[in-house]
Design a protein around this ligand. Structure first.
Ligand code: WTA
Length: 674
């Protein structure tokens, strides 16, 4: 089980005994005003999930009401059976129809600051409806129909939200690829999804540099002839290549400017009535094999779960001037659920920021909080650790008094970072919601609720409504207080994944096969190790599989290994996580080399570049060690624990430029342990 970077167990023990009561004065107005209310509603949501979720779903619009709330035959759930709705309608049209068309839906800020300050756009629900309808009509005119998967590879600009909502409007599932992924990663995902249309931009701004998005799409298109149309948003104005290749579909050009297409499009477009179980999107995430899996989410359950969690976890209230900001990229599940789909139906403006947290200065986030009077702020522990390191003077320059709720997600938060967030950012008055969930769960699963849950730094506390979370062994027996075990979910929840695109077997094998009770009941295996303390609070320790969590981003060690061995110099590679001050977990790679390649820094740099090209910059190893053989047991298994110890510096020192003989260490270790 991988330990998170917070490491120091004495620190953790000290902090564990500290409990922070729900912020004074908060409870009166909060959705969840007391622990009694939480317990009552939680108990009901577990006893009568259909009654509970049916009521929540009733807060949103449906074209046809469902006949049955839940149909469950493990591992297949159908929520709101027979119901017809459209999530774009609930995000956008519903607000316009209710008379709130002029209110801000999205507050966007670009990265470049220039002399006049940053570019800010306020997009009202009415603007959004017009822009989304136009893009929806554009997609239809290019032949995209219900069920056709559209790939989106864009910077954090409002048009990214417009593109995804346009897909949802016409029932075309989207597959959004984070802008940091490489051409190879785009090609793999396009092929897996059978996608014929890509929406991208000429580039995006990140730390003052242009990310060459269109160039990456062009390179991806050389690897597959699936793509008929590339829609290009002009963002940076930089020079890009233009492709006029005739499309096999209708003889039109391959590349189209976004602005040309929307200019010609009508701004009337009815929402496609979607079955509650129709596919809403696919989002690729890393698993234990080299191949990312396309996690499938459907319409109704995802909509209801993300709507309710946004509302309750962040305590969103429309019409009282709240401004919500989640700093994630929409390319990850956090951005899907908690920038767009869960937030817009709550009618609280969602802030989108294009760029880096430290551009042009290390106070950029706090500057944004101050200028937009952000009330809810949601970020990742890795960002908090970076801010801690950059120094208190940056947040202290700004008035952060608008903040009411702080959130974290993506990895366990170390108590030191929690305390800093609480004191320096929250002024000791804001509840911190440490939300545990996954791409697969679609929405929050275990989290404190502001105004209600007493928090403990480092614990994600208690399950959300309807979530039957438990720490179990492989037979599904519950572990006792503070005994470690597998984090499992025993009952279906509305936003649960419905499968892995095109791979039913992998879906069952990954999530539904390892925890089976004596009577044959299957539990959902999250892949995290965790424990519950004497108060029933959950403490997530980290992944128990070969997935590592780098700056809150999931990477499969096998993915990085495959990328390394695809380089001519590398014969065999083993990748493990290692503690990293900012990233939480860094990437350590051990490689054996083909004859004729020198084990030197030039090769290290070449390999880092190569991995960035195969996957993306986030997958670049932090440390590469060359060895003449990987340490293996007598039965030929790579001794990962030994490699982790070496990466942590427990055995031998530093990045050496010569070949090491790790097999000697392996033999030593084996003789010690047997
Ligand atoms: C980890 C991100 C501890 C966990 C929403 C999980 C967390 C993986 C937390 C999912 C948290 C996420 N505390 N660990 N609050 N939130 N994780 O799919 O290991 O990118 O399995 O979803 O991140 O990562 P994913």
């Amino acid at each position: 089980m991988s330990q998170h970077a917070s490491g120091s167990s004495i620190e953790s023990v000290l902090h564990e005994t500290r409990k922070f009561p729900p912020a004074a004065g908060f409870s009166k107005s909060a959705h969840m005003g007391s622990m009694e209310q939480y317990r009552r509603e939680y108990e009901r949501s577990i006893r009568d999930p259909e009654g509970f979720w049916g009521e929540v779903a009733g807060e949103l619009d449906w074209f046809t009401k469902w006949a049955k709330v839940l149909d469950w035959k493990a591992p297949d759930a159908k929520w709101f059976v027979g119901g017809k709705t459209n999530i774009c309608h609930n995000c956008v049209d519903r607000q316009v129809e209710a008379g709130f068309g002029a209110e801000p839906a999205i507050i966007w800020e670009g990265e470049p600051t220039g002399s006049g300050g940053p570019e800010v756009r306020r997009i009202s629900y009415a603007d959004l409806k017009r822009d989304v309808s136009r893009m929806a009509n554009v997609l239809r005119s290019l032949g995209v129909g219900k069920g056709d998967i559209v790939t989106i590879y864009m910077p954090m600009v409002p048009e990214l939200a417009v593109a995804m909502l346009a897909c949802a409007r016409i029932g075309a599932p989207h597959s959004i690829i984070f802008g940091g992924f490489s051409a190879q990663a785009i090609a793999d995902r396009v092929v897996d999804a059978g996608s014929r249309v890509i929406i991208t931009a000429d580039g995006g701004w990140r730390r003052g540099q242009i990310v060459p998005l269109k160039e990456n799409v062009d390179a991806a298109c050389t690897q597959t002839d699936l793509i008929d149309h590339v829609i290009v948003l002009e963002r940076t104005g930089q020079q890009i290549a233009w492709h006029h290749a005739p499309s096999p579909a209708n003889g039109s050009k391959r590349d189209h400017w976004w602005h040309d297409l929307v200019q010609a499009a009508s701004d009337e477009c009815a929402c496609e009535p979607m079955d509650a179980e129709d596919l809403l999107f696919v989002l690729y995430t890393s698993g234990t094999t080299g191949k990312p899996k396309g996690i499938m989410h459907t319409t109704g359950g995802y909509m209801v779960h993300t709507y309710l969690t946004s509302k309750i976890t962040f305590d969103l209230h429309p019409g009282i001037g709240q401004v919500y900001w989640c700093t994630a990229d929409i390319g990850w599940i956090t951005g899907h659920s908690y920038i767009v789909y869960g937030v817009l139906p709550n009618r609280v403006p969602t802030v989108m920021y294009e760029g880096a947290p430290n551009w042009p200065g290390a106070d950029r986030f706090w500057d944004i909080v101050e200028r937009h009077k952000v009330t809810q702020f949601y970020t990742a522990p890795t960002a908090i650790r970076a801010f801690m390191k950059w120094g208190d003077e940056h947040p202290k320059k700004h008035d952060l008094s608008s903040l009411r709720v702080l959130g974290t997600v993506g990895e366990p938060i170390n108590p030191e970072a929690w305390m800093w967030y609480h004191k320096v950012i929250g002024g000791e008055k804001c509840p911190i919601v440490d939300t545990w969930w996954q791409t697969e769960t679609g929405g929050h699963m275990i989290t404190p609720l502001p105004g209600c849950t007493a928090t403990k730094p480092g614990s994600c506390t208690l399950p959300f409504f309807g979530v039957d979370a438990a720490i179990v062994d492989e037979q599904g027996n519950e572990r006792g207080p503070n005994e470690g075990g597998l984090l499992a979910i025993r009952k279906p929840w509305p936003s649960m994944l419905r499968g892995i695109l095109g791979d039913r077997e992998r879906f069952i094998a990954t999530y539904w096969s390892d925890i089976v009770t004596k009577d044959g009941t299957r539990y959902y295996k999250a892949g995290d190790g965790a424990r519950r303390d004497e108060d029933g609070y959950f403490w997530v320790m980290g992944r128990i599989d070969d997935v590592i969590n780098v700056s809150g981003h999931r990477l499969g060690t096998m993915e990085v290994e495959s990328a390394l061995v695809s380089h001519d110099a590398v014969v065999e590679a083993a990748v493990v996580g290692m503690p990293h001050e900012i990233k939480g977990t860094g990437i350590a790679a051990f490689c054996t080399l083909a004859p004729g390649f020198a084990a030197d820094d030039a090769l290290r740099e070449a390999l880092r570049k190569h991995v960035a090209g195969e996957i993306g910059a986030i997958a670049k190893p932090d440390m590469i060690r060359f060895t003449d053989a990987l340490p293996k047991t007598r039965s030929g298994k790579i001794m990962r624990r030994l490699l982790r110890d070496i990466a942590e510096g427990k055995e031998q020192a530093g990045d050496t430029t010569t070949l090491e003989d790790l097999s000697v260490l392996a033999k030593l270790r084996e003789s010690k342990e047997s």
